[in-house]
Design a protein around this ligand. Sequence first.
Ligand code: ADP
Ligand code: MG
Length: 695
Amino acid sequence: MQLGSPIKYLPGVGPKKAEILEKELDVKTVSDLIHCFPYRYIDRSKFYKIREIETATAYIQIRGVITGFRQVGEGRAKRLVATFTDGDDFIEIIFFKGLNYILDAYLLDTEYIVFGKPNLFNGKFSFIHPEIEKPSPDRVTGFMPLYHTTEKMKNHFLNSKALQKLILTALKSIDRNTVPETLPKYILDKYHFPNASDSLVRAHFPQDMASLDKALARLKFEELFYIQLAILRQANQFKSKAMGHPFPVIGHYFNTFYKECLPFDLTNAQKRVLREIRNDVRGPGQMNRLLQGDVGSGKTIVALLSMLMAVDNDYQTCIVAPTEILATQHFESMSKMLQPLGLEVRLLTGSTKKKEREIIAEGLESGSLKILIGTHAVFEDKVQFAKLGLVIIDEQHRFGVEQRSKLWGKNIRPPHVMVMTATPIPRTLAMTLYGDLDVSVIDELPPGRKEIHTEHIFDEKRPALNNFLRKQMAEGRQVYVVYPLIKESEKADMKDLENGFEAMKQVFPEFKVCMVHGKMKPAEKEAQMQEFVSGRANMLVSTTVIEVGVNVPNATVMVIENAERFGLSQLHQLRGRVGRGGNQSYCLLITKYQISSDTRKRVEIMTQTTNGFEIAEADLRLRGPGDMEGTLQSGLPFTLRVADLSRDGQILTLARDEASEILKSDPMLSSADNALLLDQLHQKTQNVVNWSFIS
Ligand code: ADP
Ligand code: MG
């Protein structure tokens, strides 16, 4: 068998299983298969005695014989109980399914190894459907690998164990010397890494912890190293090639606004970030900057001032927001702030009328319209700028990689780009995803903000909650009530929302309650939103359309219904809608009484901290990086098979430093020592379209 042999030729696979392996795991060749790594290992190096079992015992294995079977119960409660002994003590093994099969398959007084997690019931231990196998030389001892499988795979007898067997077969049938070394010798030597072939075998079938650790360290390093090398090399090339649009002057508009129109003093963090931006845009290079700042930290004003830098240098600029509501809000607040300067500002969204579109198109093409605010409608090919110098993307996590890359089509020379996000990205992720972006952080909130008081409230406590809301509204404050709405359960969710709206109207006849959701016509949505923004409505019942960016400083209460259905970063975003004025604000997370332990953890984190970075780290820990915001992984040039960004921060740092050092001395990777690196990079990135345009 060769590494490149189609997987269907591996003994035990065949055409049907090959098809499933390809569909589910993208495994086409023997080499692909042996690069599917375990996600966990179980210690099978030791046999337990029955009397050693304690409550806390995890998966264990016991060697012994079955001394008898008996059937218990009737109908659906029918089960089969086997008595198993290790020679000294007895334990019961319970089966609920496949009873006839089990009676056939297992013999009395024959040695078996039972493997599973003991179950404690009525003070007695038992096993429920454990794995049972005969001792055999092929059995995995030491650490047993567990592999990810899918429902579909399991239906075709491709469970973790079957995969493990296939991998064992594969590793035995190939010539180990043909496993190519994928890291240069100088790196192996420097970090004392095992070679590629040994690492592979050890990662699947480790004999002890120490050798497993070494093998995994190498494999993780390799994966992260090549990602870093790809990102950094691309960034280097881009920087050296890309001619920017220099904004050499700070002129009339910036200065006038700064001196006469600023509604407040900037925080030190805002000033520092502005200096960083200024340094980027004044020179010949192109700015690619990620601006992170917790919700409410005041990113908008920084964006506005940066846009004025562009205008002062006779460039056009646009800011793009993820929702129409948000774009409209930016438009309104920015038009107002810019009014004294006499600068024209226009809004382009999906619902902009044809007439207005024509005016905008004309202004953009002639260059007379300098400032455009919009949604992704701005990315449409029809929209052409005469001289676009700066693009600001607000609340970036809502934009896909693809949409962002479209910006490049707008100019031959790409404009300066600033991506603003309030979803703080943990350092490890930022380094991987945005390795080519410079990062600025607004790490200070405007003065006078009070900590938002967050509380977990059970459904049953509604009357008390309503009293509280009534009091707040009577004092002139405004209240958000947010319901989850997801595609899969859209109908039921809409009903929840509408029922909630009706209920609130009944409970609070003396107040005005309005409602917004994504299904509304833009004009109606806008009208309802306006009711709330203007202060005419006391309460806004809505879906997460208000999640990002909306700014109503007089709103002091955020009620989140069915909070168990929101992710941490979403909860944090929602909470960020209050606490924007001088009044004490509250975030009330409502759940039913029984919640899962994951929900409990999320709610606890929310009640314990308002720090966005802490929440992002917790989110990464709880969910794993693949899930963060659903799509973050898709921002990676290639998917991670071994490394875990939530745990492998140290290895990532090492990999990044190594990559950056290598590129410093050999930017083109043209030396003989680095030929292997270049070759690997080509192989790894050849199937990836456009991944490098992540800004
Ligand atoms: P975000 O970073 O979440 O986009 P915004 O830019 O919407 O935050 O700002 C939140 C609120 O804080 C706005 O009402 C804004 O006017 C106000 N704000 C911003 N910077 C300052 C400051 N330096 N001093 C006082 N208020 C500020
Ligand atoms: Mg904002």
